[in-house]
Design a binder for this molecule. Structure first.
Ligand code: SF4
Length: 66
């Protein structure tokens, strides 16, 4: 199962990830994106990878690769 996180130092709060997959990404009270699930459900993996690749600052990082 995939795990990801948002690097808040890199996030600019553009909202792109949330618009691609709001089940996983939400803009928090601080104006930056956060991951609202522990593990990415299999049926959302594709959308999440889409969001990861679409993030303009590459703030979404794949936790599996660390
Ligand atoms: S797409 Fe990237 S920069 Fe934009 S809100 Fe999501 S994590 Fe932040």
């Amino acid at each position: 199962m995939k795990k990801i996180k948002v690097n808040k130092d890199a996030c600019i709060g553009c909202g792109m990830c949330q618009s691609i997959c709001e089940e996983v990404f939400q803009i928090g009270d601080d104006g930056f994106a956060e991951v609202i699930v522990d593990e990415i459900p299999e049926n959302l993996e594709e959308e999440v990878m889409d969001a990861l690749e679409s993030c303009p600052t590459e703030a979404i990082v794949d936790n599996d690769e660390k």
